[in-house]
Design a binder for this molecule. Sequence first.
Ligand code: SF4
Length: 385
Amino acid sequence: MTSIDLGMPAGPPPVLAERRKTRQIRVGKVLVGGDAPVSVQSMTTTPTTDINATLQQIAELTATGCDIVRVAVPSQDDADALPAIAAKSQIPVIADIHFQPKYVFAAIEAGCAAVRVNPGNIRKFDDQVKEIARTAADAGVSIRIGVNAGSLDPRLLEKYGKPSPEALVESALWEAGLFEEHGFHDFKISVKHHDPVVMVRAYELLSEQCDYPLHLGVTEAGPAFQGTIKSSVAFGALLSKGIGDTIRVSLSAPPAEEVKVGIKILESLNLRPRKLEIVSCPSCGRAQVDVYKLADEVTAGLEGMEVPLRVAVMGCVVNGPGEAREADLGVASGNGKGQIFVRGEVVRTVPESEIVETLIDEAMRIGEELKDAGVASGAPEVEVR
Ligand code: SF4
């Protein structure tokens, strides 16, 4: 058997900018801000009152790599479901509260790790901040001040005429100030907008004016294709400057898809160790194999790979051997055959029909060796209480 150079990293991979220094807060067992890795969040789409369905979706999100999950609490029945959900979820649960401050207290009592409040929507909230701050602090629960362009405080909408970056930031800092008056600082802030340009500007302004951890989100980003692009562009613009401590990709698609996109964004910026990375060529008139099919089949066969592995799938011998050599594992195809590379060495040549199977076998073998060598996956920093 070929001996494998495990390619253990000499140091952390390069990033585009130092992370902005923020306060660190706790969302249950996940730390957010400070030097904690950027975490990935999503939100359940099941009725929160349907405890089993919600827990099932949370389990699926957990398996996909979600770090923190949020559930909607629009009614008393939803609030009543929170204790069971918070107790059984494997990842911290955030209760999303609009309109009714009493659900904030119910969520804290229920054992939720954090509560999201929307300053634009929560009625009779300002006079209850003192009590909320005290109850949250006693329970070790953090809060997200979640400003959303679609539900901006009417006072600010009137002042600015539209949910501009300045209006979003003023709303967030106003609410933050109310908590600060009572000595409460365990919160993170979001200022979401559907337009990535407005959203990026809002977070930039906010990051200049406070050191609270920031939850990034492009709200109502749209169906999977558009939403993935909008979120990637906006998060990339901010994260590449060190802005952002936790992210939620909003898609009109199953929430597990949001998590996959979020993880890939972080991996792309080296903010999370890369796991499976397929380096495949776009194909062109020189291709001697169906690259799309090959890349899809290899991707599907290696889904869920927990160790960092770069696999090159190349359509011909022009760039193929070079890329395949740079990757952990690769194939350069031509003349009905595939040259299989492992860490730069050609280990064998197989007929085209055996390329996928051979790559998957080799990947599994390398994966086992990496796991035995203790190469970590990209899990966030957690503190288990
Ligand atoms: S590797 Fe070959 S087939 Fe793929 S894009 Fe490059 S030249 Fe075209």
